[in-house]
Design a protein around this ligand. Structure first.
Ligand code: SAM
Length: 303
């Protein structure tokens, strides 16, 4: 969605932008090219390998770029407040992460059950699967993966690990395959379990909530925030954040009672009501983009 991102951020020659999930630097290169000759980009990624790849791929822009390894949730700690014209968050995993078996993200490739985006953190998927209670695992599979068989899978995992600890991706995928044979379904039965574990290991929802609030702080009034999500759990958080910050009133105690509303200035506005989806050409070139959708918000003048 490169053209859509550039349009959403209104990328212009002397603008200052942030790519909070820089990956291999694809979107960043387009933003830097569109904001030349003086535009600036702050970039970050939790994944050290992505940061190295982005620095190498963006070498021609090195004088207009600062890239750090870190969580986009912490952007407001190092990017000056009120300084940016646009912030991009392109959530989820990257193709290199999925394609490299040793990162442990893919149920199709034999590798360690790892799934850490930042390999410096202690929590791995293996540790979660081997140590969390059946209730905790079921909650993760249901809340982060929408897996209907969450409890059955979680109980089977805790029984299995009494005999043999989980160490590899295929060991977990094969257990799920035995519990839920594929019978002609196109999606693999372990898809939701792997997605949910990845989101839990990397605290993706916690990062998203802190990251959205931080992005609003570093934007200038009139600056834009574009968020690309890949599934409904993330998209709901983005919609809830946008809705809450676009309200022109506050309410206390968690209940919105019209008589008790207190007027206040909204912090942002939606740039358009509906999410932007990839076009046919992008879908053909990159089938992994099929569930992507982008939402765009603009910080209000008084925010
Ligand atoms: C879909 S890829 C981004 C691809 C990138 N837009 C490009 O053009 O190459 C998602 C990236 O976000 C990173 N990521 C996910 N959650 C993150 C977080 N909380 N903070 C920083 N980076 C994160 C992942 O490590 C991955 O590299």
């Amino acid at each position: 969605m490169v053209a859509e991102v550039l349009a959403a951020l209104r990328t212009a020659p002397d603008g200052r932008y942030v790519d909070g999930t820089i990956g291999g630097g694809g979107h960043a290169a387009a933003i830097l090219a569109a904001s030349s000759p003086t535009g600036w980009l702050y970039g970050c990624d939790r994944d050290g390998a992505a940061v190295d790849a982005a620095k190498a791929n963006l070498a021609e822009f090195a004088r207009r770029l600062e890239v750090r390894q870190g969580n986009y949730a912490d952007l407001a700690d190092w990017v000056p407040p009120g300084s940016c014209d646009g912030v991009l968050l392109d959530l989820g995993v990257s193709s290199p992460q999925l394609d490299e078996a040793e990162r442990g993200f893919s149920f199709q490739r034999e590798g360690p059950l790892d799934m850490r985006m930042d390999c410096r953190q202690p929590l791995t998927a293996a540790r979660l699967v081997n140590e969390a209670s059946a209730e905790a695992l079921a909650k993760i599979f249901w809340e982060l993966g929408g897996e209907r068989d969450a409890r059955r899978f979680a109980r089977a995992i805790t029984r299995e690990r009494e005999h043999r600890q989980f160490e590899t991706t295929r060991q977990l995928a094969e257990l799920i395959e035995r519990l839920q044979p594929r019978r002609g379904r196109t999606t693999h039965p372990a898809t939701k379990v792997f997605q949910a574990l990845r989101m839990a290991v990397n605290d993706e929802i916690g990062s998203l909530e802190r990251g959205l609030a931080g992005a609003l702080k570093i934007l200038k009034p009139g600056g834009r925030l574009a968020v690309i999500t890949f599934h409904s759990v993330e998209d709901r958080r983005v919609k809830d954040f946008g809705r809450a910050r676009a309200r022109d009133y506050a309410f206390n105690g968690g209940m919105d009672v019209p008589e008790l509303r207190e007027p206040r200035a909204p912090e942002l506005r939606w740039v358009q009501r509906k999410a932007i989806r990839p076009g046919a050409a992008e879908l053909a070139a990159n089938p992994r983009s099929r569930s992507a959708q982008m939402r765009v918000m603009e910080k209000c003048g008084n925010g």
